[in-house]
Structure formats: structure tokens, C-alpha cells
Design a protein around this ligand. Structure first.
Ligand SMILES: [Zn+2]
Length: 112
């Protein structure tokens, strides 16, 4: 495993000490000791890994199709909710308009 220096980001850090009892690591570039990055991120191969027969890719496609179906269902649900809300709003506005007209026609005679 290649160790990368946390100070200067160079590779080539080496263990120092007797082979049977390595005491610390040393960076030949900046001279730092024990300065290697411990947690090197492993390349994420989940998306690209295939076994050669395409089974992995097929599985990913299946997952993607499922996610798209779920997303589509969610959008449909939102559209239905919006339509219902629009209908309620429309009914309320119609009712308010009716009330205004009836109030106006009722109030008119008393003002004359
Ligand atoms: Zn270094």
C-alpha cells in the first residue's frame, strides 16, 4: 500500500527502524514523521464494477428503473394533490363570489 504524506501530499513515505521493529514512518520530501494519511479513500467501484457477464450492470439498471417508477408515482401523487387543491380553491372562490353577489343584491335595497 502506498502511503501519502499528510503534509506535502507526496507518495513515498517509508518505514524507519530495524526491519523487525519499525518505529515510525518518514517522508523523504518534507522530512515529517508519522505524517502519512491513515484513511485513504478507496476508489468507489460500485457504479462501474461488472463481472464480465453484465449481471452487475443489469442489477443497477433494475434498481434505477425501480427508482424511476417510485419517482414517477410520487410525481403522480403530487399532481393529484395539486389538482385536488386547485378544485377546493376553485370551489371556495366560487362560493365567495356567490356570497358577494348575494350580499350586494341583498344590501342594495336598503341603501336606496
Ligand atoms: Zn511530506
Amino acid at each position: 500500500m502506498t502511503m501519502i504524506c499528510g503534509n506535502c501530499s507526496q507518495t513515498g513515505i517509508r518505514w524507519v527502524g530495524p526491519f523487525s521493529n519499525l518505529t515510525h514512518t518518514e517522508c523523504p520530501y518534507c522530512g515529517g514523521t508519522n505524517c502519512q494519511l491513515v484513511d485513504q479513500p478507496e476508489p468507489d467501484e460500485l457504479e462501474t464494477a461488472t463481472c464480465g457477464c453484465g449481471a452487475q450492470q443489469e442489477r443497477l439498471n433494475a434498481i434505477r428503473r425501480q427508482e424511476e417508477a417510485v419517482e414517477q408515482a410520487r410525481l403522480d401523487e403530487v399532481a393529484r394533490a395539486n389538482a385536488a387543491a386547485d378544485e377546493i380553491l376553485r370551489q371556495q372562490q366560487a362560493r365567495q363570489a356567490d356570497e358577494r353577489t348575494s350580499r350586494k343584491s341583498w344590501a342594495k335595497p336598503s341603501r336606496r
